[in-house]
Design a protein around this ligand. Structure first.
Ligand code: BG6
Length: 493
């Protein structure tokens, strides 16, 4: 059944995520015929809106996303609003009643998605109340979608998980990591497992290191309050970057079924070397942006941003090294790096292959620097999407000299940056009951266990945090991390 008949109960309907991502995504699903007319969205938040206010806002969100608006009237008729107090049982009873009425009107067989797109402190309470008030006892299926952050460290993630597990089983829970909805992140598996020329080389005999960068130009914007308690390690590394490491490093699943893919990811995550607080500085470095110039604009430093402590030690940049202690990867560093206010918005993976055991071209040349360039496979996640393979070719005319040759395959993505497409795919997957591109609890659990000692080391440290000028690729320590191992960050161009 590719036209799921579903009610979506959207907690946080007046919020930013709903406006920027969720409404445009649901609309796209609608206009591409994936939703049929048998769906409703019940928007939930504290504000005393009514159906019309919600519909006006949905319309505005779709206009702002520059989507074609021909079907917008018809689409908006599927939206309903319920002012809600998450701590009041009556709210849940009203919700249940409203759902039943609308399910009858729209011929929806009791399938319900509860989408948590609001302040995370309420996720647990809401889940438990939904169960206690009988909302989850409908005739159809019930699924819970949880936005990040899933906890703040291991104990808080465990607590949240225990709460939601009181009301939902693991296979009813869809933990969002929107990177898993990105076209080229999903393509990592295809590149690896559908090409005879890569998989045989995908190991420590042929790969020297892998570099994953997700850089942003924006600063913390209006999220200073949240970001102060989070920082780049929790905000980006624990989830998005680690997920990319897993997709790059897992063994081929025996089938593309959810359980098979998840169990390979979990298996490799268990092989990621844990880093103690004492060792944190050997593997991870952090930085914080100072004032600087980006694209001809003068921007303030992190400590002068709204809702940020003027003496804040929160990291806005992280660079780190992960080692995977298994047969396939022993000895191959996976470098990750992410930050705000960097030189460009870009997510890229560079796979660097080992040098040839004997390089006849270097030997022939007097100038050692005009020698062979290592083979690189670059996976462009965003804003451009595609792959580049860097090979060596003969330099025209001159004897025995080589130049790097680029084989490029790319297509321009729809709008590049955090597009609704990722959410569109994930929402649709959830409607179809496919949890492959969502994080299993074991993944979340193990990734916090990996990250916590590093955040603890940093919060206990008296050292001042390294600064980097806005508009650069982070502090010098990030270069040193690779230099220590005889490598360098490949430029993103
Ligand atoms: C979010 C983080 O999960 O990912 C943000 O909370 C970050 O701080 C964003 O800006 C980056 O996503 P994308 O899709 O733009 O790379």
């Amino acid at each position: 059944n590719h036209n799921p008949k579903t009610s979506i109960v959207l907690f946080g309907a007046t919020g930013d995520l709903a406006k920027r991502k969720l409404y445009p995504s649901i609309y796209n699903l609608y206009i591409t015929g994936k939703l049929s007319e048998q769906f409703v969205v019940i928007g939930i938040a504290r504000r005393p809106w009514d159906d019309q206010t919600l519909r006006d806002n949905v319309r505005k969100a779709i206009e702002e996303a520059h989507l074609p608006t021909d079907n917008i009237e018809q689409f908006c008729n599927h939206f309903f609003y319920l002012p809600f107090d998450v701590t009041d049982t009556k709210s849940y009873q009203r919700l249940n009643q409203r759902l039943q009425e609308l399910e009858t009107e729209f011929h929806i067989p009791g399938n319900r998605i509860y989408y948590m797109a609001m302040a995370p402190e309420f996720f647990g309470t809401i889940a438990i109340q939904l169960k206690n008030e009988g909302v989850t006892q409908s005739d159809g299926w019930n699924r819970l979608v949880i936005e990040k952050p899933f906890g703040h460290d291991l104990p808080s993630a465990q607590k949240l998980n225990n709460e939601i597990r009181e009301a939902f089983t693991e296979d009813q829970i869809y933990r969002i990591d929107h990177y898993l909805g990105k076209e080229m992140v999903q393509n990592i598996e295809v590149i690896r497992f559908a090409n005879a020329i890569f998989e045989p080389l995908w190991n420590n005999r042929h790969i020297s290191n892998i570099q994953i960068t997700s850089s942003e130009v924006l600063g913390v914007e209006d999220r200073g309050g949240y970001y102060e308690t989070s920082g780049a390690l929790r905000d980006m590394v624990q989830n998005h970057l680690l997920q990319m490491v897993l997709l790059l490093s897992m063994d081929p699943p025996i089938r593309l079924a959810t359980d098979e893919v998840r169990s390979e990811k979990i298996k490799v995550l268990r092989a990621v070397r844990s880093i103690s607080s004492e060792e944190a500085d050997d593997y991870f470095i952090r930085g914080q942006y100072d004032a600087g110039t980006i694209q001809d604009h003068q921007v303030p430093g992190y400590r002068s941003e709204k809702n940020v402590n003027p003496e804040s030690k929160t990291e806005t940049f992280v660079s780190g090294k992960l080692m995977i202690d298994n047969h396939r990867w022993a000895g191959v560093p996976f470098y990750v790096r992410t930050g705000k206010r960097m030189a460009q918005k870009s997510t890229k993976i560079v796979v660097q292959f080992k040098d040839l055991p004997l390089n006849v071209y270097t030997q022939k040349n007097e100038k050692q620097d005009s020698s062979i360039h290592p083979n690189l496979l670059v996976i462009h996640i965003q804003p451009d999407e595609g792959i580049t393979l860097i090979l060596n070719g003969k330099k025209i005319g001159l004897l025995g000299e080589t130049i790097p040759v680029k084989l490029d395959y790319s297509h321009t993505s729809v709008d590049g940056v955090n597009t609704p497409e990722a959410y569109e795919r994930l929402i649709y997957d959830c409607m179809l009951g496919d949890a492959t591109n969502f994080a299993h609890w074991d993944e979340v659990n193990l990734s916090w266990a990996l990250i916590d000692p590093i955040s603890e080391a940093w919060s206990d440290s008296n050292k001042d945090i390294a600064k980097y000028e806005a508009g650069t690729m982070g502090p010098i320590e990030s270069e040193r991390l690779l230099e220590k191992d005889g490598f360098k960050w490949w430029p993103l161009e």
